[in-house]
Design a protein around this ligand. Structure first.
Ligand code: ZN
Length: 394
């Protein structure tokens, strides 16, 4: 069941992008599913026609004014999106719930999306009623009323419903207008200690580059708070995994920010929102092949502790995410192996104890996280890891 989410993001972002560091953009886009767009407003056209995603108004040809840059987190599968959302690995300031007009509402995945939005408390919300080109006017109204009934009494009760055909680029201007009105850019506190989830890390050097010409390791990810500047000292935790005898030991890394890439190119400082590439002085051997994915970068001494055991207050979904047959989620049992996503880290966890509403787990790979962090919990079902709920770190 495709509600047309990807087509919608393409309809908005299609003309933009391509100015990024290509490898970082492609790589991180695939991992977290980010896509960037810029919203412009034509000074000579009426609302909503004045909203567009190009610096030249497509209606009258005048020069349009830049409003702001927006990044979409559009993961390829809803299961991955849910996991990303629940693990807190992406900064999300608002949500666009896409519902297809040519199916009865709610479909199971629409229920799941609304559940995820509710769990992470995203109150800034727009509902897109997509594929209006595929239904009659009467059916579109019937579907609209179904949506209204479905969201009644939920976090989405007050959300505007924008009818759109992403395929035919109909009402995209109306959606951009709604984004400007209902998804305001939140005020952020730049004085908080900076923190970035590492989503990718790599070595940008070609094989055979002489040592004196080697570029330091590059890390890419999303900043969740504070700001990073070129020249800042950073610490990376848990850092480098090294197997010593029978246990995995993590070595935190220290380096300095050599360069920053955000939005369209090099910048002197970077803030939350979108993706950031950080050039460092680290040995590229440490960052190659996503070696540092799952770690957090921040100001030395300010990062949260590293845990090998986690106690989680657990909330399970009613049904497993991603299976066709609405399979019921059974309770977690002692000794069970689960997959946890904590920020961008993935680790296996063995359940060592269960008490009312909480589980104690032993992790195969230590993670750096804070008390109160959200953790996505998956269980192996039918040969695949399936999202069954989330936990809060106690
Ligand atoms: Zn215009």
């Amino acid at each position: 069941m495709d509600h047309g989410k990807t087509t919608l993001v393409e309809a908005i972002t299609g003309v933009w992008a391509a100015r990024h560091s290509e490898e970082l953009r492609r790589g991180v886009t695939i991992k977290l599913g980010y896509a960037d767009a810029a919203i412009y407003k034509c000074p000579n056209c009426e609302e909503p026609e004045c909203y567009c995603t190009s610096p030249k108004c497509p209606v009258c040809g005048s020069e349009a004014e830049f409003q702001r840059a927006v990044s979409f987190v559009d993961a390829p599968g809803h299961e991955i999106l849910m996991t990303t959302m629940l693990s807190g690995a992406a900064v999300m300031d608002g949500a666009i719930l896409v519902i297809a007009a040519d199916e009865p509402c709610p479909q199971p995945q629409t229920r799941e999306h609304l559940a995820a939005i509710t769990i992470i408390g995203l109150e800034k919300l727009i509902i897109v009623q997509n594929k209006i080109d595929l239904v009659t006017r009467e059916d579109a109204i019937k579907n609209y009323n179904e949506i209204r009934r479905f969201v009644s009494g939920t976090i989405a009760e007050e959300a505007p419903i924008i009818p759109v055909s992403a395929q035919h680029r109909v009402n995209i201007d109306l959606l951009l207008e709604a984004m400007e009105k209902y998804l305001p850019t939140p005020k952020r506190d730049p004085t908080k200690p900076p923190r970035m989830y590492i989503v990718r890390s790599f070595d940008v050097n070609r094989p055979g580059t002489p040592i004196e010409e080697l570029e330091g390791g590059v890390i890419g990810g999303s900043i969740i708070q504070g700001k990073f500047r070129v020249g800042d000292e950073i610490e990376i935790k848990p850092g480098l995994p090294v197997r010593e005898r029978n246990r995995l030991r993590m070595y935190p890394l220290h380096t300095e920010i050599k360069s920053l890439h955000a939005g369209g190119g090099p910048v002197e400082e970077a803030l939350p929102g979108g993706l950031v590439g950080v050039g460092t002085f680290l040995d590229p051997a440490l960052t190659k092949s996503d070696g540092l994915v799952g770690s957090i970068a921040g100001k030395p001494g300010t990062l949260p502790p590293v845990f090998s055991d986690l106690t989680l207050e657990v909330s399970l979904f009613e049904t497993v995410v991603g299976t066709e047959d609405l399979r019921k989620v059974e309770g977690i049992t002692k000794g069970e192996n689960l997959l946890l996503n904590v920020g961008t880290a993935r680790t296996m966890a063995t359940v060592t104890a269960i008490s009312r509403g909480a589980i104690e787990t032993k992790l195969s790979i230590p993670v750096c996280c804070e008390e109160g962090s959200r953790v996505a919990i998956s269980r192996r079902i039918g040969g695949r890891w399936r999202l069954i709920g989330y936990g809060i770190v106690e």
